[in-house]
Design a protein around this ligand. Structure first.
Ligand SMILES: [Zn+2]
Length: 381
């Protein structure tokens, strides 16, 4: 599986073709170190045993601009004092907010549901234009200061990356084509929910942007992605235009290669992202309540090859189970998918069937009780 980075390859590749030599070099260096890390991850996965049960204790390390994680210095621990380095404290707080969101809102004990320790590395490399979760830990670059700033500054970026871990431990959606776009979308959905929950923002108050705090500090109001209006997150000379569709009619067919973003996993994620936004804003109030719970239960009920249609059908079924068949929540789930060009599969037939079967059983049991009673009466008589 490729490394789960917040900045998609198409953005870095655009920067790597820039007219500016310094922009080209920084982007190429980021791409180079990202590919190098993918290899390192595979090696680490073979050498590290899984961690013992815990409660998501945090450790933050300072890479001091190096690229070898084993040489980083432990700078802040769960019970230790604050650091004088704001990047260290922000990473620590972001890991904590994400861990607490999963625990308090979704009743999940850390990323793996079993208290996995949360380790983060800050100041990775120089001008590194990315942040990623590699299955073991989170790593943050400082950005170049022009296109990207310090990646610890965005809580939704931290929530996004750690959610890749949650997905890995639940549905384990494969990182290709529609399952891959769903994987990316889960990270965007729970990433914004972490931010909205931490700031106690309702669906109406939220900006529904991913990475607004780290992208192009010179340009106001732009971001990596917009769940409210996919395709409008950025439009500038350095990065080009946001290519995300928000409807199946704009679905982008791309090759299943690293250059094709594995079939456009960061691009077509705009479609399920927008469906979640439509549900959250039509229901109103805190999006981590009904919408968040429906999506989380559906993530846990999905598998590696789940596609958009199957996921949509699952959210509809889960909304029925959680809030009742034909509930307002369930109807709005169906409307939300309709809004992005996906029709959920008919009515909730299984629930209706179950209800009919139950009614039939109740009838039979009461008939039986009556029969026994009359038999007893006959015996006495
Ligand atoms: Zn991602």
């Amino acid at each position: 599986m490729p490394l789960c980075c917040i900045v998609p390859p198409h953005m870095l590749e655009r920067l790597a073709q820039s007219d500016s030599k310094s922009r080209r070099q920084k982007a190429l260096n980021t791409l180079f170190n990202t590919y190098r890390l993918s290899g390192e991850r595979t090696i680490r996965a073979l050498t590290f045993a899984s961690t013992s049960p815990d409660t998501g204790r945090r450790s933050v390390y300072d890479c001091r601009h190096g690229v070898t994680l084993s040489r980083a210095i432990l700078t802040r621990t769960e019970d230790g004092p604050q650091s004088t380095d704001e990047s260290v404290n922000r990473a620590f707080d972001g890991l904590g907010a994400t861990r607490d969101f999963y625990r308090q809102v979704l009743n999940r004990n850390s990323i793996d549901g079993n208290g996995l320790r949360l380790n983060a590395y800050v100041h990775y490399d120089r001008d590194f234009q990315n942040a990623y979760w590699d299955g073991e830990q989170m790593v943050f670059g400082d950005g170049d200061g022009e296109i990207f700033v310090d990646f610890t500054k965005s809580l939704d970026v931290i929530g996004h990356e750690l959610t890749h871990g949650v997905t890995e431990f639940t549905a384990n959606l494969t990182y290709h084509n529609q399952p891959g776009a769903l994987n990316e979308s889960m990270s965007d959905v729970f990433g914004v929910l972490v931010k909205q929950w931490a700031n106690q923002q309702t669906a109406e108050q939220a900006d529904w942007l991913i990475g607004a705090d780290i992208l192009t500090p010179g340009i106001a109001g732009d971001a990596l992605r917009s769940m409210k209006a996919p395709g409008t997150a950025y439009d500038n000379e350095a990065l080009g235009r946001d290519p995300q569709p928000g409807h199946m009619s704009g679905y982008v067919q791309l090759p299943d290669t690293s250059r094709g973003d594995w079939g456009g996993v960061h691009i077509n994620s705009g479609i399920p992202n927008h469906a979640f936004y439509l549900l959250a804003t039509s229901l109103g109030g805190p999006a981590w309540e009904a919408p968040g719970h429906i999506w989380y239960e559906s993530l846990k009920a999905s598998s590696a090859d789940t596609n958009f249609q199957q996921f949509a059908d699952t959210t509809y079924a889960k909304a029925g189970l959680l809030y009742g068949a034909s509930s307002k929540q369930q109807k709005l789930v169906s409307d939300a998918w309709d809004g992005v060009g996906i029709k959920v599969a008919g009515v909730n037939t299984t629930a209706v069937e179950t209800e009919n079967t139950l009614r039939e059983l109740v009838k039979q049991v009461s008939q039986l009780t009556a029969d026994i009673a009359s038999l007893k009466a006959a015996g006495k008589g």
